[in-house]
Ligand binder design. Structure first.
Ligand code: NDP
Length: 278
């Protein structure tokens, strides 16, 4: 296993287990730099969203990196406003234009919007059928959102990107996704900006044992669970350090100790994602 190792999605497309997240990276030099640094460090998977307002700089960073397009895996997401306004197709085309790409590897519904998800999924299916997204999926869907979507979906989502870290290990939802053939992807894998997980004493102890950082232990825990993860950093050294996951293996006891840190349902910010009113 190494940074290029992929997980096979339900349509056969491979997604690298490790990607760079760019939420809260400013449009302009900051995003442009982190994308270039990540590709230099070996990342081949970048996770952005129209809501992050930095797709243009992601696209620029990709072009400046010199990496061949077919080697990269680029995800972007459809935001809630475009679902409410019925502008899903226009939003996708705008994302492609900003990214300066002919296609994305994964296009996700960013958030479930009551009454708008089915209609949006039909547009996602059209996009997939046009070949301009190699895979389509969802984000922040809990079991009942998946069930609703699957009632009349022609295409089963390839991915569900959800909040997942040691304080919210999502064992039940991850198992449900697996049963449906939907790959589970962790957002805020390190507990998010301003989170406290990196100071967790249990994790520090495990990290010391392996001579690794807490961030590396968490990302290794994701890998060993078969979870895709997209940690974000604006620091070049951390972007690189977050890839150094392949020279150690957590023992079953350590995996259990990390699983036991779960505090569900005390999520960092929310409970049922569809009840969030933004
Ligand atoms: P992460 O869990 O990736 O944590 C990011 C924080 O950890 C930043 O403060 C970063 O600081 C710090 N950090 C990163 N690496 C290290 C390290 N090695 N040592 C110490 N600190 C470190 O948070 P995000 O919320 O950004 O989540 C990751 C990605 O998930 C997002 O960027 C986005 O792509 C996606 N996401 C998706 C959502 C969705 O609804 N689908 C919602 C939220 C996120 P610094 O930058 O200063 O290095």
């Amino acid at each position: 296993m190494d940074i290029h190792t992929t997980k096979k999605l339900n349509n056969g497309v491979g997604i690298p287990y490790l990607g760079l997240g760019v939420f809260l990276c400013n449009e302009g030099d900051e995003t442009n730099n982190v994308v270039r640094w990540a590709i230099e460090a070996g990342y081949r998977h970048i996770d952005t969203a129209s809501m992050y307002g930095n797709e243009k700089s992601v696209g620029l960073g990709i072009r400046q990196s010199g990496a061949a397009r077919k080697e990269l895996f680029v995800t972007t997401k459809l935001k809630k406003d475009d679902m409410r306004d019925g502008t899903q197709m226009q939003a996708f085309e705008k994302s492609l234009k900003l990214l300066q790409l002919d296609y994305v590897d994964l296009y996700l519904i960013h958030w479930p919007v009551a009454g708008k998800t089915r209609e949006s999924w039909k547009v996602m299916e059209k996009i997939y059928e046009s070949g301009r997204a190699r895979a389509i999926g969802v984000s922040n869907f809990i079991e009942r959102h998946l069930d609703q979507l699957l009632q009349d979906a022609k295409i089963i989502p390839a991915v569900n990107q959800i909040e997942l870290h040691p304080h919210l290990s999502q064992q039940t939802l991850a198992a449900y996704c697996e049963k449906l053939g939907v790959a589970c992807e962790a957002w805020s894998p390190l507990g998010g900006t301003g989170g406290k997980i990196l100071d967790e004493p249990v994790l520090k102890k495990i990290a010391d044992k392996y001579g690794k950082s807490v961030a590396q232990v968490i990302l290794r825990w994701d890998l060993q669970r078969g979870i895709i993860a997209v940690p974000k950093s604006t620091h070049r050294a951390r972007i690189k350090a977050n890839t150094e996951l392949y020279d150690f293996e957590l023992s079953p006891d350590d995996i259990k100790a990390i699983n036991d840190l779960d505090q569900d349902p005390q999520r960092i910010e929310w409970g049922d994602p569809s009840l969030i009113g933004f």
